[in-house]
Design a protein around this ligand. Sequence first.
Ligand code: ADP
Ligand code: MG
Length: 328
Amino acid sequence: MAEPVTLARVAKQFDHRGEPLPVLQGIDLTIAAGEIVAVLGPSGCGKSTLLRLIAGLDQPSSGELRLGDKPVVRSDPRCAVVFQEPRLFPWKNVAKNVAVGARRSQSHSTPDEWLRLVGLDGFAKSLPHQLSGGMAQRTALARALIGQPGVLLLDEPFAALDALTRLQMQDLLWNVCERTGSTVLLVTHDVDEALHLADRIVILGNRPASIVATIPVTSPRPRARGDAYLGQLRDRILGHFGFPVGHESHTAPPDDSNRPELAVLHVYPANHASAAAATVHAMSATDPAPVSAMACPPPAAPLGVRAGDRFGRGRKSSVFDFLSFGLH
Ligand code: ADP
Ligand code: MG
């Protein structure tokens, strides 16, 4: 059964070489049962810390955390966590790895049904080293879901996957969330991922982080990628990170205007402290599937993308008319 999550005045500080390191402060957040909330924030601001507090893997320095009507005091079997790396037991096959999730939550569910749900039927006997990154992450998702968690916590679950697999996994996640109805907290650095999946996006500021904005995403589902309304929200979100960019800023410089195959993206964050780098996803005009996801040089350096450039998986780019950012 989906559980609501409530945080009231939550603060967390660590000890850093004998000095206090305040990481989170004054976090007030209520996530309704069955709601999908995405958390965006600069690297190191405390996103994973927040998720670990909700999972009961760490304790807040002050404030209150509740799952349903019970305070979170220790690792709670009503929560399941998926991390960036799949964390599978290398010596157990896929089905046995998924069964670990059932044991933890004392569920009588069998792995088969969950493997089918994540598109892994036929791979029950495979060992983790025989899986692609996407398949390993599907296994981790099945392991999290088999106990039908009240709250599913995802910490940048698709960050290590290539851009195409990431999009497939986002759609898969939406399909399974629709089926299971779990409350979901998704930590991500990918603004488009947050826009595609979340009912609400919470933006954390720099450390010590508090919530600087909450943005409801009301687009109906399934959501079309490249939706104009989501584009407006993206610009708003990027504005919070100091990126004064919109679609109109993706321009080729005048001296290249006779070379339509060249797109140059200028990244000029107003606030350099808020983003050390950006990931650029480029989509071609003729093929909506993204063909690249690459780290951009430090702020203010223009980045050129040419037709014919080869990116992951050997695909070729063509004319770029759509570029988006993910913050690190
Ligand atoms: P994010 O996920 O937003 O990138 P984290 O929540 O992982 O950030 O970390 C926030 C800050 O807290 C970082 O400065 C990190 O070094 C510090 N931190 C995280 N966990 C610990 C810990 N167990 N002990 C000391 N410092 C920690
Ligand atoms: Mg993190």
